[in-house]
Write a protein that binds this ligand. Sequence first.
Ligand SMILES: Nc1nc(=O)c2c([nH]1)NC[C@@H]1CN(c3ccc(C(=O)N[C@@H](CCC(=O)O)C(=O)O)cc3)C=[N+]21
Length: 293
Amino acid sequence: MRILMSTSNANILDGKALSDRMRGELGEEASLLTKKHGRAPGLAVIIVGNDPASHVYVKNKKLGCEKAGIRSFSHELPADTTQQHLLGLISELNHDPKVDGILVQLPVPAHINPETIIEAIDPGKDVDGFHPYNVGRLAARQPALRSCTPYGCMKLLAETGIDLHGKECVIVGASNIVGRPMALELLLAGATVTVCHRFTRNLQQHIERAEIIIAAAGKRGLIKGEWIREGAIVVDVGIHRIEDGSLTGDVEFATASKRAGWITPVPGGVGPMTITMLLANTIQAFKAHLGDE
Ligand SMILES: Nc1nc(=O)c2c([nH]1)NC[C@@H]1CN(c3ccc(C(=O)N[C@@H](CCC(=O)O)C(=O)O)cc3)C=[N+]21
């Protein structure tokens, strides 16, 4: 029997708990491989400039690495670093056998072209999964290194136990780093996928029919709670710091959680999973470099 006007609360899709579990397993795998091969997996993190938020993320990534037995090599470059200098560093890291993964924290300063930088990274070390080679592999249904945020969202969806085949999925946002690769992930999983973006005329109508919503517009509170279909799964990729210093997402959480079947919180949802999948990708790249797959 369908219950109308349900006021029950959604199940929380707990990204922090899933992250803790996965990072424990990844740490064990890293430690076994380190013993077997005599070196630890290595991640090089490059940050250009002094955006405070970027530095916080980078610190969290380094901490995550340490705890999982991954060596991190950090390169903190001044804001006026030239593109040529950055390309030189990437070339060095591409050839460094201690380095399995390379991450250039985005955004980079305006005088540096992010596409040029991403394309300079060896696709086998592109643990962000941003290189056109890796995006193409996902599009061709032969994923290699997958983008961390969409990959993390897929792990969260798997936690609900639902079969994605034929599910009506609506992604809000068509960015290169979330919306587009998310569409490819869901398509690979057999879902029916709609991508909404700035030119979409009837966002509310799309949301209202969605069984799964991936909110990745980067607009605080864009998705109203009343739009959510009863029992839908809501994955909120948005992250915004508000007036009182706390964090919130693209979805109106309080009202949405009255209608959704499952919903990710912000913080503690997608964010921690992004870093977890970065660690997973680094270990995957390490294994490929060792020929241990
Ligand atoms: N090359 C590159 N790769 C990235 O993956 C990348 C990037 N550049 N630039 C910036 C975005 C943003 N991003 C986040 C990662 C973790 C949290 C995260 O752990 N958030 C915590 C809260 C953290 C806090 O308290 O601020 C949470 O949601 O619970 C958030 C955001 C990765 N990004």
